[in-house]
Design a protein. Structure first.
Length: 609
């Protein structure tokens, strides 16, 4: 059985039972059952399923591991965490997040005015709010309003000019003033495509010289007592903890020196995000080289060691790990709409009475291939096929000969792969790359998985059913946009195999996992495909509840979001139908009604089932 690496990336959240993918919680419902129930409501196209229990699981794992590490090492500082809203601002996620984190005083991080308003309105139990990113006076004033509301808010300064703005607003506004954090620019770098978040040339933060200047400004303005936090971030998806340990050493020494410079209320080091998620579907492609337990142990041990060696109070620890909390909670499920096969059947052959010798040899290879000679005949067939294509280019064989050579070559490749599929031939992967089945999937890559398109970020993919049948087709996935980049190509280093299916008689759904972080908020309306229909699924021991179903935006809504005058569009179309001499009068009203129905539906493809 092919388990599609679920034991590597699944974290025991999903399991395979009865040849189906099931949610490993409570009654263990099959994803396919949930999808079919939602589709009974007339919903078509892709579905995004949210599982709030997985958000809670991740939050609990973080806090429990840090609490265990604190107790084992007798660490005197506190631990806190906030969720960076840039990772996922969708309301059904944020509401579930704040509810799941309420017992842990789990807070929110904002990087814009809109995100800060979300944090101010959705934060629970006076959990911490941190504000990162560039700020103007208006955003600083929002921070002061939050403090007046009684929120535990820290404005993190990215540059001296922002500190000057805070001082200006503090002189204008009544108390209380928000807490102040300083983002420090480390020499330490991260890893991967986000490495530029760290280093001396990073976009954000203060250099050592600017830190000293900031302390002086805070003293002059009588705001030094509000300086409580330093912050750094060396990038998302830190797969090797060695990079983080190096950054912690640097930040820990900056912290102790700032305390000795008179910042006596400085009590927190904000380590930013970066706690990694494993996306690999096979062991050879594993990226994450540490566990959550190791992550917590290393952070606490290192900061405790630095504080003791410098004889200062151990700092409170705050992290902003968003990907780790959000990624697993959402699953994108999309139906296969069509198989765009380049395969051939024997009926496609049009052999002549007298064929070129190489075609006769290909035909003999096809008729006589068996398990014993399959590899040898496969090599011969590939050689003959290449020779015939060359002869066609030189004008020695005609188009019909070329067609017969392609049909016979592909038939031999398919037959040999079937005969050799139980053998461990690595070269078969490269051969299967030549005869991929193209699965047209009813979703938009650019809307639902932009990180695959933009960053080559792989996501676990697997069918929801038929998991007791060995998949035999090397699969390339095409989305429904008219863009050639909307493709997940078959990769011999990370191969995806799917089943042969008859779409006239059955449906076949694929699940795309770990898409809960960044993908939704970065998704773009390429070809005007909107966010998929979403639903929240709450699971208990008796079954499950489907809540908060939000259907994908209608075509009219999408056009309205682009500032089209949709009323004018409808009027123009109605007038054109009414005045068209090609439409009989008795059909005009029916045509207008049909058009109104189309405009009220989403833009994804409609299947018959």
């Amino acid at each position: 059985m092919n388990n599609y690496g679920i034991d590597i990336w699944g974290d025991d959240n999903f399991i395979i039972e009865d040849a189906l993918v099931k949610v490993n919680s409570g009654s263990k419902p099959a994803l396919l059952s949930i999808v079919k129930e939602i589709r009974t409501q007339g919903k078509r196209g892709p579905l995004l399923l949210r599982f709030p229990h997985l958000i809670k699981k991740q939050i609990e794992s973080i806090f429990q591991n840090f609490q265990r590490a604190k107790e084992e090492l007798e660490y005197q500082g506190n631990f806190q965490a906030v969720f960076p809203l840039k990772v996922n601002q969708f309301p059904n996620f944020v509401k579930a997040l704040t509810e799941a984190g309420s017992n842990y005083n789990y807070g929110l991080e904002a990087g814009s005015k809109a995100e800060l308003l979300i944090a101010m309105s959705h934060n629970k139990n006076n959990a911490p709010i941190t504000v990162n990113g560039f700020k103007d006076k208006e955003m600083v004033e929002l921070g002061f309003i939050s403090a007046l509301m009684g929120e535990d808010i820290t404005l993190t300064i990215e540059g001296i000019n922002e500190l000057e703005t805070i001082i200006e607003v503090a002189n204008e506004k009544p108390s209380p003033t928000p807490y102040i954090g300083l983002r420090i620019k480390l020499h330490s770098l991260g890893v991967g495509v986000w490495a530029k978040s760290g280093g001396i040339n990073s976009k954000f933060g203060l250099t050592s010289t600017e830190l000293i200047k900031a302390i002086a400004l805070l003293k002059e303005s009588n705001l030094l007592d509000k300086f409580t936090m330093i912050h750094f971030h060396i990038g998302s998806q830190i797969t090797d903890i060695g990079y983080l340990k190096k950054a912690i050493r640097e930040a820990g020494n900056i912290y102790t020196d700032l305390v000795k410079l008179g910042a006596h209320n400085l009590n927190t080091i904000n380590l930013g995000g970066g706690l990694a998620v494993e996306y690999a579907q096979n062991s050879d492609n594993r990226k994450v080289k540490y566990s959550l337990s190791e992550y917590a142990n290393d952070i606490i041990f290192m900061l405790d060691t630095i504080a003791k060696s410098k004889k200062v109070k151990a700092p409170d620890i705050l992290i902003e790990s968003g990907r780790y909390v959000a990624a697993s909670h959402a699953v994108l499920i999309a139906p296969v709409f069509e198989l765009v096969s380049e395969g051939y059947l024997e009926s496609d052959l049009s052999l002549k009475a007298c064929n070129p010798p190489l075609i006769e040899e290909l035909n003999d290879l096809y008729k006589n291939i068996n398990a014993r000679n399959a590899l040898e005949y496969l090599h011969d067939a590939l050689d003959h096929l290449n020779s015939l294509l060359t002869l066609f280019d030189l004008g020695y064989v005609d188009l019909l000969d070329r067609s017969n050579s392609e049909v016979l070559g592909h038939l031999i490749i398919k037959k040999s792969i079937t005969l050799l599929q139980d053998q461990n031939y690595k070269e078969l992967l490269h051969i299967q790359n030549m005869i991929q089945e193209k699965y047209l999937i009813n979703f938009s890559m650019f809307q639902s998985m932009p990180d695959f398109w933009g960053l080559n970020q792989n996501f676990p993919i697997m069918p929801l059913s038929k998991l007791d049948i060995k998949p035999s087709r090397s699969a390339t996935l095409w989305d429904v946009t008219c863009d050639s980049d909307g493709e997940i190509a078959f990769d011999p280093k990370n191969p995806l195999f799917l089943h042969s299916i008859d779409l006239k008689n059955e449906e076949y759904f694929l699940g795309f996992f770990l898409v809960g972080a960044y993908q939704e908020v970065l998704g773009m309306d390429h070809n005007l495909f909107a966010h998929p229909t979403e639903a929240t699924v709450k699971i208990n021991d008796e079954g499950y509840l489907i809540e908060n179903v939000i259907e994908s935006a209608s075509i009219l809504d999408i056009l309205d979001n682009l500032n089209y005058d949709t009323l004018q569009i409808q009027k123009i179309l109605k007038d054109k139908i009414t005045s068209s001499p090609l439409i009989p009068d008795y059909l005009k009203v029916k045509t207008i009604n049909s058009l109104e129905i189309f405009l009220g539906e989403n833009g994804y493809l409609k299947t018959v089932k």
